[in-house]
Design a protein around this ligand. Structure first.
Ligand SMILES: Nc1ncnc2c1ncn2[C@@H]1O[C@H](COP(=O)(O)OP(=O)(O)OP(=O)(O)O)[C@@H](O)[C@H]1O
Ligand SMILES: Cc1ncc(CO)c(N)n1
Length: 270
């Protein structure tokens, strides 16, 4: 069984962050592990408090895992502070895992800063160059490139600009487009489109976390990058379609169990 690590924040309501990542890992049949960077007090309505882990504690978690277990892929989500980013980058350089998916999480859907504004530059300089693929949404891509992105053409321009920051590939996500949810990847040579019809759902809490974890799982399972992204896109689309309205705000997506599905045991149809 492949082993996949998420380095991210905890979402107490279970829709995003570490909790979404571990659910996505299980659904992909990989063994999930976690390094918690911060604990958030969060629900479907917002983020109410954040407690960052110390850099020492983050380093200890990383050492505990990498000194003992072979890691097939890493997904990085909420990294919160400059010192958090620096220690993660240092440890990843030391252990050099094969696949690193960087989701440059900045602001929650409810508008809370999950990345300290003064840490943006460190994220760009320290983490992006280590990435197999980075997966910014449109607001994140706008912050990193400094340009407004509203059209497919502007997404392609942003992808070229983001690629120049040093990641092996870039996936610009179109969840925030007005129109359909089309994502675009760029690997320095080729653009690939991942088309998704916009689903009218209020339950999209954790879509980005889920997509990046699905990509990491698929890379661990040795799919090519474009296959890994396409499969992950199919997964998130199904997960949004079958999402449920728990809580009073933006509900979570539904993680469906491919293993059960293959065995004909899953009630959820693709
Ligand atoms: N309403 C929707 N219908 C269909 N696909 C969607 C919808 N919203 C988002 N997606 C898809 O979900 C994936 C995650 O994209 P999105 O832009 O929502 O990420 P995000 O903003 O980083 O999410 P998060 O809330 O976790 O930060 C993308 O593949 C995107 O196209
Ligand atoms: C902990 C955490 N990570 C990421 C996101 C982005 O959706 C969130 N809301 N919470």
């Amino acid at each position: 069984m492949k082993k996949v690590l998420t380095i991210a924040g905890s979402d107490s309501s279970g829709g995003a962050g570490i909790q979404a990542d571990l659910k996505a890992f299980s659904a992909h049949g990989v063994f999930g592990m976690s390094v918690i960077t911060a604990v958030t007090a969060q629900n479907t309505q917002g983020v109410f408090a954040v407690q960052d882990m110390t850099p020492e504690m983050i380093a200890s978690q990383l050492d505990a895992i990498f000194s003992d277990i072979e890691v097939d892929a890493v997904k990085i989500g909420m990294v919160s502070q400059i010192e958090t980013i620096k220690i993660i980058a240092e440890k990843l350089k030391q252990y050099s895992p094969k696949n690193i998916v960087v989701d440059p999480v900045m602001i929650s859907k409810s508008g809370y800063d999950l990345l300290s504004p003064d840490a943006k530059e460190t994220l760009i300089q320290e983490l992006i160059p280590l990435a197999t693929v980075i997966t910014p949404n449109l607001p994140e891509a706008e912050v990193i490139t400094g340009k407004k992105i509203e059209t497919i053409e502007e997404m392609k321009e942003a992808a070229i600009d983001l690629y120049s920051k040093g990641a092996k590939a870039v996936l610009v996500k179109g969840g925030h487009l007005e129109d359909d949810a089309t994502d675009i990847s760029y690997d320095g040579k080729t653009f690939t489109y991942y088309h998704g019809k916009r689903i009218e759902s209020n339950n999209t809490h954790g879509t980005g976390c889920t997509l990046s974890s699905a990509i990491a799982s698929n890379l661990a399972n040795e799919l090519s990058l474009t296959e890994a992204i396409q499969e992950a896109k199919d997964y998130i689309t199904t997960a949004i379609k079958h999402s449920f309205p728990i809580g009073k705000g933006v509900g979570p997506v539904h993680h469906f169990y491919t293993l059960y599905e293959n065995a004909g045991m899953n009630k959820v149809k693709k």
